[in-house]
Ligand binder design. Structure first.
Ligand code: NI
Length: 161
């Protein structure tokens, strides 16, 4: 403050910050990791059995199989002066549980999950389905990225495109 005709700012909510400062709010991305396990069969009924086996390998097993999935949910926003948080990660966890994890944990993606109905449950399609469930519920927070691990070696990322 000073030099702009205003008296010096006395309000100090966070160190070196005052509401009149021209310094933009710092923007930070925060991430909550979630776990779930679920069964699926990756199978396209429009293709022959041979083609399905060739394309999807073990994930085409007729009698299902499971994965232990890891899901990282990233939200970006300004750091709130009052709390020092972008958002309460406990509140984010609750949204992710209600909108996604509770619907898919210990479930079968082919049979049990409303937002996966009629969709081949590859990791790509699962992560897009989860995004569509979460994104409106997180607003006005900005969901910027989902990273989902299907195995320790394979993961997918989605940013809403
Ligand atoms: Ni699989």
């Amino acid at each position: 403050p000073g030099g702009n005709g205003r008296p010096p700012c006395r309000i100090r909510i966070a160190p070196d910050r005052c509401p009149h400062s021209a310094t933009p709010m710092p923007v930070v991305t925060v991430t909550r990791r979630m776990h779930f396990n679920a069964a699926h069969r990756v199978h396209n009924p429009a293709l022959s059995d041979e083609e399905n086996t060739r394309l999807f390998g073990k994930c085409n097993n007729p009698n299902w199989h499971g994965h232990n999935y890891i899901l990282d949910v990233s939200v970006r926003g300004p750091v709130d002066d009052r709390t020092g948080y972008v958002l309460d990660l406990g509140a984010l966890k609750k949204i992710v549980e209600e909108r996604a994890v509770n619907l898919i944990d210990h479930k079968n993606f082919n049979l049990d999950v409303p937002f996966m109905r009629g969709v081949i449950p590859t990791s790509e399609n699962i992560v897009v389905g989860i995004w569509r469930e979460l994104e409106p519920a997180i607003r006005p927070g900005q969901l910027v990225k989902l990273v989902m691990w299907e195995t320790p070696n394979n993961y997918v990322e989605y940013t809403g495109e």
